[in-house]
Write a protein that binds this ligand. Structure first.
Ligand SMILES: C[S@@+](CC[C@H](N)C(=O)[O-])C[C@H]1O[C@@H](n2cnc3c(N)ncnc32)[C@H](O)[C@@H]1O
Length: 237
């Protein structure tokens, strides 16, 4: 996966994204926002906001910044914001989640819905989420991870070489994701159809991992790096 492939895939998906992935992923989006318990005045960053299907779910008086690398997906989020009459507390910007243009400690909570297995470098994604989130703030990540079921996991591994075309990695491994990113997961729960997706809630442990560069969390834990970097996951069974 690289940025050009992602942009191309989501340019292709944009028009029909809501039809394919709207209702299917909506229980997960709702679960995330319920668990977030947003308070008035809080600043939330949603990375990979896509067509903005989550936006109407946020309570009012919460400041939400949504970013996405796909201008076409974000265009639909802007249209949704307009249609739903969502007020000025929602800001949408084209931006790379791996190179966020925000100052350190800008947000109370950072959310990534169905994005971690899409970006080229998941470790860099979490590193940036950690940087812009306040110490002790929270991350909410919902994603599909490689299934432990032999049959389902086998199919996912077979589909892995098609990652560039699909626009996500079907065989994204949860254990390595948590290890290599140094995420301090405090809760996890299955969501969506058959509990096939997982919602992770994690604490921003930046004070424990002082200056996180890509994969530094893993280095601190002595975990070998590289498995989650672009193009390498696809070959993992
Ligand atoms: C599967 S969609 C999820 C969209 C939305 N979060 C949802 O709930 O439907 C993945 C989104 O991540 C975006 N994305 C992928 N890589 C990105 C990156 N490096 N920076 C920002 N957005 C990215 C894609 O453009 C796409 O809109």
């Amino acid at each position: 996966m690289d940025i050009e492939a992602i942009q191309k895939a989501y340019r292709r998906y944009a028009r029909r994204y809501d039809l394919y992935f709207g209702a299917l992923f909506q229980p997960g989006r709702k679960a995330v926002i319920e668990r977030m318990g947003c308070m008035p005045g809080e600043h939330i960053l949603e990375v990979g906001v896509g067509t903005g299907l989550s936006l109407p779910l946020y309570p009012s008086r919460v400041h939400v910044t949504g970013i996405d690398i796909s201008a076409e997906m974000l265009e639909r989020a802007r249209a949704r914001k307009e249609r739903a009459g969502l007020d000025g507390t929602i800001e949408l910007r084209v931006m790379d989640a791996e190179h966020l243009e925000f100052a350190d400690n800008s947000f109370d909570k950072v959310v990534a819905m169905y994005v971690a297995s899409v970006v080229p470098h998941p470790v860099r994604l979490v590193s940036e989420m950690r940087r812009v989130c306040k110490p002790g703030g929270e991350f909410f990540i919902v994603n599909h991870f490689h299934s432990a079921n032999l049959l389902v996991g086998g199919v996912e591994s077979m589909l892995a070489p098609l990652s560039r075309l699909l626009g996500f990695r079907p065989d994204f491994p949860l254990d390595r994701f948590v290890e290599e990113t140094g995420l301090e997961v405090v809760a996890s729960q299955p969501v969506n159809l058959f509990g096939y997706w997982t919602l992770l809630r994690a604490r921003n442990n930046k004070e424990a991992l002082p200056r996180i560069g890509a994969g530094e969390g893993a280095r601190l834990r002595g975990v070998p790096l590289g498995g989650l970097e672009a193009g390498k996951v696809a070959s993992k069974g």
